[in-house]
Ligand binder design. Structure first.
Ligand code: 6PG
Length: 237
């Protein structure tokens, strides 16, 4: 996990440096879940703490659970504790999805946040960080859920039966518009969905992450040994 966190921090710094030198601002959508936490914590230490121009960074989220911001399950809370608070990022640079609000209204409100941020031009985040679920989900785009079919909006409220909860999520439209997409994947339990997607194994298109493909950007998969364990084998077969 340490090497994965380092690789993720390096990629984050590269994306930030490019965006800030090209446009003077770095807009990143943070991933939730547990994997990115070590990477966020790594960014708060040298050299990243001092080398990234944090005052130019603007923080968004790829998804949020429909819970209050101080809930243990909140993706915002995890990022605030691991990254934003230790770096002293001021609230004016932080744009969280309001999981405490009625989901459909919160999704529309976040869509407005993004449209305002890009002043009516197409919303194009500089970096979208993503994790991968065992079922091949990303952000809160889970198999069999309505948001998978959302092609117009940038943000959707998504009912996720498997957790009997609502989620807020960027849609494929918003994610695939990004300049850089980076998946951070750790653990043996991700080896199967990962190999299925990367090797285009039978049924790979059923996995939501298979539809992540930047229209005019780059995509990078950062994996730890365990998550990559079946990739080497599958090369030989
Ligand atoms: C969330 C995330 C979700 C996560 C994957 C992987 O809200 O949980 O957005 O998409 O990235 O489920 O989670 P782990 O990193 O905990 O394995």
């Amino acid at each position: 996990m340490k090497a994965l966190a380092e690789a993720g921090a390096r990629e984050f710094a590269r994306a930030a440096g490019d965006a800030i030198s090209d446009r003077g601002v770095f807009r990143v959508a943070l991933a939730g879940g547990s994997t990115p936490r070590a990477m966020y914590e790594r960014l708060t230490r040298s050299p990243y703490r001092g080398s990234i121009r944090w005052e130019r960074a603007r923080f968004f989220w790829g998804d949020e659970r429909c819970v209050p911001p101080d809930s243990e399950r909140s993706n915002y809370r995890m990022a605030r504790e691991a990254l934003l608070k230790p770096l002293g990022i001021p609230p004016r640079q932080v744009f969280r999805m309001k999981g405490e609000e009625e989901p459909a209204r919160a999704a529309r409100a976040y869509e407005d946040v993004l449209r305002r941020e890009f002043r009516g031009r197409p919303a194009r985040l500089d970096l979208v960080l993503l994790g991968l679920g065992e079922d091949g989900h990303l952000a809160s785009l889970f198999p069999g859920t309505r948001a998978l079919g959302e092609s117009r909006r940038l943000v959707a409220a998504n009912a996720v039966a498997k957790f009997s909860e609502w989620r807020l999520t960027l849609t494929y439209r918003a994610i695939n518009a990004a300049r850089r997409i980076v998946f951070l994947v750790s653990g043996e339990e991700k080896a199967a969905p990962l190999t299925k997607i990367l090797r285009k194994r039978r049924g790979w298109r059923d996995l939501p992450a298979s539809r992540v493909s930047p229209r005019r950007g780059t995509m990078l998969w950062l994996l730890d040994q365990a998550a990559a364990s079946r990739l080497q084998k599958s090369r030989r077969s």
